[in-house]
Design a binder for this molecule. Structure first.
Ligand SMILES: NC(=O)c1ccc[n+]([C@@H]2O[C@H](COP(=O)([O-])OP(=O)(O)OC[C@H]3O[C@@H](n4cnc5c(N)ncnc54)[C@H](OP(=O)(O)O)[C@@H]3O)[C@@H](O)[C@H]2O)c1
Length: 324
């Protein structure tokens, strides 16, 4: 699409709207610019990024109310409602809209203040937008569900995508010994991010190992839950983050039953929260975690960017530049 062809009128904004009748289904349009109520912050978005939740929700027909996808944002506060106390006009922020209606693939969005934190000064808007959903998911899986401890033997299956690249770095920061699982071309990336060892799932069966793990993070792939359980240590924890729909359903249905005994099989159901985002923000500010960005697309090419991400082999994150 030629991005220069879209004109914006007064009181309106550019946004990528989902319409099942158009081809492609995601197109850049001129729509009404939102105004905040008392509890909302109006953010002028500089950048956004794509998550599996965007392309999976679209595929399953779960369309956001305003028909605008995009769970990650970075930008500048343009206006605040009367009850807003944490932010003021001009603040540079990053935010997680994954459970407040999405809306990141647009020039402006309304956000409850507890979904935002101040953007760290040491990163650009593009970099900041890569973090929120994927990094807090990795944090929740490792720390809250996985109870990760120093010197533990941790297996991260699906180390190369959005969640995986952050999981490897966070596990490293928590002092774990990490085995990462990805395809051949992503092995170097996982090792650089902090994995001690890498298994190429296209060449090696990860379950033939004699190694036993204290914590397994299943971020991607489709492997049997019983096989995972077998390679856990006596009191090991398995956390299912994602993978194929079949795998996710199996985890929801059987994880409680399979958790009888000392080994625990858990499923992560992520809820966006400011405390976790603040934790990530501090890690970014201290240079403890970096974003791996495979590619950046302009707002008018969200459809192409979603198509690329939905193939399921992104190397880290795909960023959308709302302001180029
Ligand atoms: N439970 C929750 O609350 C929650 C929250 C957020 C996300 N998720 C889920 O987490 C998963 C990952 O999300 P994401 O944003 O990180 O996705 P993503 O960036 O699209 O992940 C793509 C990565 O998956 C890897 N991969 C694909 N097939 C694999 C396989 N068979 N074995 C190992 N790795 C494989 C790819 O690496 P290679 O190219 O090397 O294969 C690629 O780098 C998704 O299923 C998502 O729905 C769950």
């Amino acid at each position: 699409m030629d991005c220069s062809k879209i004109k914006v009128n007064m009181g309106s904004m550019k946004a990528v709207i989902y319409d099942k009748k158009t081809n492609p289904k995601l197109t850049l349009r001129d729509v009404e610019k939102p105004t905040p109520n008392d509890d909302q912050v109006l953010v002028k978005i500089h950048a956004s990024s794509i998550n599996a939740l965007d392309y999976r929700s679209m595929k399953m027909g779960s369309i956001p109310k305003r028909k605008i996808f995009g769970g990650d944002i970075s930008g500048v506060v343009e206006a605040v409602g009367r009850s807003i106390s944490q932010f003021k006009i001009g603040d540079q922020i990053m935010g997680d809209l994954s459970d407040s209606g999405l809306g990141g693939f647009a020039e402006y969005v309304l956000v409850p203040e507890n979904k935002l934190v101040l953007k760290p000064e040491n990163v650009s808007f593009q970099t900041a937008a890569a973090f929120p959903v994927a990094s807090t998911t990795a944090l929740n899986a490792l720390r809250n569900k996985g109870d990760i401890q120093k010197n533990q033997n941790v297996l991260i299956v699906g180390s190369a995508g959005g969640v995986g690249t952050f999981a490897v770095q966070l596990a490293k920061n928590f002092g774990a010994h990490i085995t990462a699982v990805c395809s051949t071309e992503n092995m170097e990336q996982s090792l650089k991010l902090g994995a001690n060892k890498c298994i190429d799932y296209t060449k090696e069966d990860i379950f033939t190992t004699t190694e036993r793990y204290d914590l397994i993070l299943a971020v991607n792939g489709n492997y049997s839950l019983l096989s995972y359980k077998r390679i856990l240590n006596k009191k090991g924890i398995y956390v299912m983050v994602g993978g194929s729909m079949k795998q996710i359903l199996k985890s929801i249905l059987f994880s409680r039953f399979l958790s009888i005994g000392a080994k625990k099989m858990r499923f992560l159901s992520m809820k966006a929260n400011q405390e976790d985002l603040q934790f990530i923000r501090d890690f970014i500010a201290q240079d403890k975690i970096k974003a791996t960005i495979e590619k950046e697309y302009p707002l008018c090419q969200v459809s192409e960017a979603m198509e690329h991400a939905s193939k399921g082999h992104s190397k880290g994150k795909i960023v959308i530049n709302v302001i180029e």
